[in-house]
Design a protein around this ligand. Sequence first.
Ligand code: ADP
Ligand code: MG
Length: 473
Amino acid sequence: MSLADRLAQARLERGNYGDLSRSGGHGTQPQASSIGPKSRRRNAPPTDPFADLRRTVHQTLLESLGPKLYDSRLSQAELEQRVRHTLQEVLQADQVPLTVTDRSRIAQEIADDILGYGPVEPYLRDPEITEIMVNGPDQIYVERRGRLHAVDGRFADEAHLRRTIDKIVGRVGRRVDEASPMVDARLHDGSRVNAIIPPLAVDGSLLTIRKFAADPFEVDDLIQLGTLSRAVADVLAACVRGRLNILVSGGTGAGKTTTLNVLSGFIPETDRVVTIEDAAELQLHQEHVLRLESRPANIEGKGEVSIRQLVRNALRMRPDRIIVGEIRDAAALDMLQAMNVGHDGSICTVHANTPRDVLSRVETMVLMAGMDLPVKAIREQVSSAIDLIIQQARFPDGSRRVTAVTEVMGMEGDIITLQDIFRYSYDGAVGPDGVPTGRLEWTGIRPAFLEKAARSGVQIDLRAFGGYRRHAR
Ligand SMILES: Nc1ncnc2c1ncn2[C@@H]1O[C@H](COP(=O)(O)OP(=O)(O)O)[C@@H](O)[C@H]1O
Ligand SMILES: [Mg+2]
């Protein structure tokens, strides 16, 4: 069949987009639940004048390339070249008059669909975009410079979105279906993906991609972004070198992992570092770094390896420091024990809204270990293990700021005492974004941790911020 015939035939079959992938030899067609127009909370998408053309071209292309698309001997570059070549031919054979811009845009969109992840592909390529959120087929949001923006991209329909999700998770050997409607996966570039499908997702499948930073933030970037000042960064660097045990706390997307990565950068080259994460996000520059990643249970519910198990294993690996991406369960108990038995200088993140909240979170997580420990004993462990809490928050203008640097002092009766060394204070003015302005200020307290750092040979002097007003109790 000539290309022109194919086009003619494809036109007859038009309007059957849901079947496209089958005709192209895709294995299984996802059984996407039908999401009726009524259940959509979003306005009807504006009509795409090229929808028909796109469908025809897409289908013809799949037919003419057929099995070549799945030929494993073809390299990605070769495949890409073939797709583009065929695409040009098909577009030329079609008589529809197109401007050069439209032609190349459509070609790109179709190539993205076949070779990549369709409508999200342009956002994956855009280095300024850090997060992509697909809220059902008709709505995509991206985060750019800390702010959310709705973008024009959209999927043809729910089936198209499901095919894309299947493609993403299929490449890492996972699957999403009725039996496991939620899945975490990772793109080949390290970006983290979460997908959740109907009926759990009520208005259509939801896909969230946290892009892997090819060029992660360094301390200078954080300073430039206003997350903290150079002077505070210097103190924190000294705290890391001085082997304090540090928790970085904040809400989702507050920049905890980013700060953890920057802090880890201050660890001396001579230390043997073990990192433990759910999905390897940290990018340490040191030579002597051992990276461990936990594993969820497989479809039969077997084979899970938890952060907690990895922490225990790490203790047998003669680490100088243990870095845990995020503590969210009974692993807290093992981490506290590790910190208390000589793995000083460990750093973790924890999801909490204030330093005080960190303590209750950690307490709850330790209780999850089911060891039946008295609360007072847990608190004693916590207060002797953790030296410093760095609290961070996402501000309404999209910036991330350190809002407190708080020292864990000890116990007074049954209560753990905390003391802010730096605290964010609002100056009463409002910035151009309508966000109250302020900054992180030294509280005038001479921290007790100076001694601990000094024992590790690191001198920290806060007098650069002004005279000590109070000494640690
Ligand atoms: N200090 C910062 N200033 C501005 N944006 C940041 C900062 N730290 C992180 N981000 C952005 O915020 C997003 C979430 O960061 P991440 O460190 O993964 O947060 P968390 O671990 O708290 O969920 C990333 O996309 C990152 O680009
Ligand atoms: Mg994180």
